[in-house]
Design a protein around this ligand. Structure first.
Ligand SMILES: *Cc1c(COP(=O)(O)O)cnc(C)c1O
Length: 234
C-alpha cells in the first residue's frame, strides 16, 4: 500500500507540473485549471492514495463500479464527476451520488436528472458533451444541436449548466488537437452569448492536456497519467 501511495502521489505531482507548465505557456493562472482524476477501473485504494496526496475531484464512467467506490470511501470529501454514457434507468443514482455530470447528450436525460436530484442537495452541475470530431466518433451532440439542448437545460431549476465537454478522437497531430479544442471553446462562447455565462470547458486527457489548456480548458480529465494503464480497455 505505501508503495502505491508513493507512486500515485509522484504521478500526481508530475501531472500538476504538466498543468502548470501548460498554463504558463498559455499565459494563464495554473489555479484556473481543475484536475479531475479519472479513476474508472481503478480500486478505491488508489483513490484513497490520491486523496491522501490532496486530490479532491474524481471522475467515473460506469455507475455500478462508481457506486461501490463511493460507498467504500464514504464521507471522505470527494467531489464526484460522472463522465460516462448515461442510460435512462441510471439517472436516479447519478442524481443522488454525483456532484457533476459532464456527459449530457439528451434533453430527456437532463429532465430526469433534474427531477431526481434530491432536495437536500444543491443543483447538479452539468456540462453538455459535444462531438467535435465529426464522423470519427459517435458520442456527444453535434455542434448544431448544442444551442437547443443548452436552452432546454437552462430551463431546469435543479441543474446548473456550467459548460461543454468533449472527447476528441485521439491524434498525435497537435494542430488537429488544438483545432478541436478551439471549436469547443468557440462554441461555448457563442452559446454563452445566448444563455448566459458558462465557466467550464471540460477537455483534455492524459495525452492531450497541453493542447486543451492552450485552448482554454478549465477542467482536464486525467486517468492513465495518474493511475497507470487501465487493466482492461475502457
Ligand atoms: C477514460 C476517460 C478519461 C481519461 O482518459 P486517460 O486517457 O486515461 O487520461 C477522460 N475522460 C473520459 C470521458 C474518459 O472516459
Amino acid at each position: 500500500m505505501s508503495e502505491i501511495i508513493e507512486s500515485v502521489s509522484e504521478r500526481l505531482q508530475a501531472v500538476q507540473a504538466r498543468i502548470s507548465d501548460a498554463a504558463r505557456v498559455a499565459g494563464r493562472a495554473p489555479g484556473s485549471i481543475r484536475l479531475i482524476a479519472v479513476s474508472k477501473t481503478f480500486p478505491a485504494d488508489d483513490i484513497a492514495a490520491l486523496l491522501a496526496a490532496g486530490q479532491r475531484d474524481f471522475g467515473e464512467s460506469y455507475l455500478q463500479e462508481a457506486e461501490a467506490k463511493i460507498e467504500t470511501l464514504g464521507d471522505a470529501g470527494v467531489v464526484w464527476h460522472f463522465i460516462g454514457p448515461i442510460q435512462s434507468n441510471k439517472t436516479r443514482a447519478i442524481a443522488e451520488h454525483f456532484d457533476w455530470v459532464h456527459s449530457i447528450e439528451r434533453t430527456k436525460i437532463a429532465e430526469r436528472l433534474a427531477t431526481q436530484r434530491p432536495a437536500r442537495l444543491p443543483p447538479l452541475d452539468v456540462c453538455l458533451q459535444v462531438n467535435v470530431s465529426g464522423e470519427a466518433t459517435k458520442s456527444g451532440v453535434s455542434p448544431d444541436d448544442v444551442p437547443a439542448l443548452a436552452r432546454a437545460i437552462k430551463a431546469l431549476d435543479r441543474l446548473r449548466l456550467r459548460g461543454l465537454m468533449a472527447i476528441p478522437e485521439p491524434t498525435d497531430d497537435i494542430g488537429l488537437q488544438r483545432a478541436r479544442f478551439r471549436l469547443l471553446r468557440e462554441l461555448r462562447d457563442r452559446i454563452a452569448a445566448e444563455v448566459g455565462p458558462l465557466d467550464t470547458l471540460s477537455m483534455g486527457m492524459s495525452d492531450d492536456l497541453e493542447s486543451a489548456i492552450a485552448e482554454g480548458a478549465t477542467m482536464v480529465r486525467v486517468g492513465r497519467a495518474l493511475f497507470g494503464n487501465r487493466p482492461r480497455a475502457a
